[in-house]
Design a protein around this ligand. Structure first.
Ligand SMILES: NC(=O)c1ccc[n+]([C@@H]2O[C@H](COP(=O)([O-])OP(=O)(O)OC[C@H]3O[C@@H](n4cnc5c(N)ncnc54)[C@H](OP(=O)(O)O)[C@@H]3O)[C@@H](O)[C@H]2O)c1
Length: 283
């Protein structure tokens, strides 16, 4: 049986990435951080997703050290913040991130949000950082079709991952198809809808049938959709629960039922507005 630990996707650049990872946004308690990462590692999570903006790269670095495992045994993603976009700023900021993470390279470096100012210069820096070995793979986050099409007009190489808000209320089907057609792996952030959608009757009904939780049903839906996903939890029991989705399967009818609750509803920001404002905005 495949488990979280041996379930990998191959990216367009040949690198392998765990399909299911662990998000660390809002994990800000330094005292419990290391324990949380240890719990996740023991439960089989191998991908840890941070960002310059989260302010916890140093905590993650410390936690990874304490695992005392080989560098090849985990996959680290970080993201360049809007304020660090631009050619030299992006490179300097990633060197600083690597110091905090106590790593020589990250596995995946993402542009956190599209912004219109230094749009191309930032990507040129990403291509350069990949050549220099500061990251194995380069990708983007919150890029829609138009952003990717625009990037393609000047990019030497295209992103291999696009990390998007994606959950049953925002199923992103056209974007997933577009990314698939362009050999870009879609990675769902807020895959659980930040914990706000568990009460959906269809999810409850399917959960009861499989004797699983609504969270597990949602994560299994992402898994069977073939995309990557990075749920976050600060609780050991939930971290374990979220990894225990490899011993059952949703039927095509159940997959379609979950698809049917899509409302195209965003919990977070609208990427096009971030692009226009050149920064994230209060929402
Ligand atoms: N690229 C971007 O712009 C972007 C934006 C946002 C997030 N992200 C990344 O995506 C990751 C995941 O997204 P997210 O943290 O926003 O949302 P999420 O993973 O959809 O949901 C996390 C919330 O669900 C709760 N939860 C988790 N498992 C649960 C379970 N089994 N039962 C009940 N509640 C559960 C968590 O509570 P507890 O922690 O209290 O258990 C937390 O409140 C982030 O950590 C971050 O790494 C990326």
């Amino acid at each position: 049986m495949t488990t979280i630990q041996d379930n990998y996707l191959t990216l367009a650049d040949g690198q392998k990435m765990p399909q299911q990872g662990f998000g660390v946004y809002k994990l800000t308690d330094s005292a419990t951080f290391t324990q949380t990462i240890q719990d996740a590692y023991e439960d089989g999570y191998r991908l840890f997703d941070t960002a310059q903006m989260y302010g916890n790269e140093a905590d993650l670095g410390k936690a990874l050290k304490s695992l005392s495992v080989d560098r090849d045994d985990y996959f680290i993603t970080t993201k360049v913040a809007e304020s660090n976009q631009g050619y030299q700023k992006a490179i300097d900021s990633v060197k600083e991130s690597l110091q905090k993470l106590q790593l020589d390279y990250v596995n995946l470096l993402l542009v956190h949000w599209p912004i219109n100012g230094p749009f191309f210069e930032t990507w040129r820096a990403f291509e350069e950082m990949k050549k220099e070995g500061l990251t194995k793979s380069i990708g983007v986050s919150n890029y829609g079709m138009v952003h990717l099409q625009y990037l393609a007009t000047q990019a030497s190489e295209m992103p291999v991952v696009d990390q998007l808000e994606c959950h049953p209320w925002l199923s992103e089907k056209p974007m997933i198809k577009f990314n698939n057609d362009h050999h870009i792996v879609t990675q769902a952030w807020a895959p659980l809808g930040r914990g706000r959608i568990f009460e959906e009757p269809i999810l409850q009904e399917i959960a009861n049938k499989h004797v699983k939780s609504a969270a597990q049903i949602i994560l299994r839906w992402h898994l069977q959709n073939g995309i990557s996903f990075i749920p976050k939890s600060a609780h050991a029991q939930r971290i374990k629960e979220n990894a225990a989705i490899y011993d059952f399967a949703l039927t095509p009818e159940e997959m379609a039922q979950i698809d049917s609750i899509n409302k195209n509803l965003r919990i977070s920001q609208e990427p096009e507005l971030v692009y226009e404002f050149n920064q994230q905005y209060p929402h």
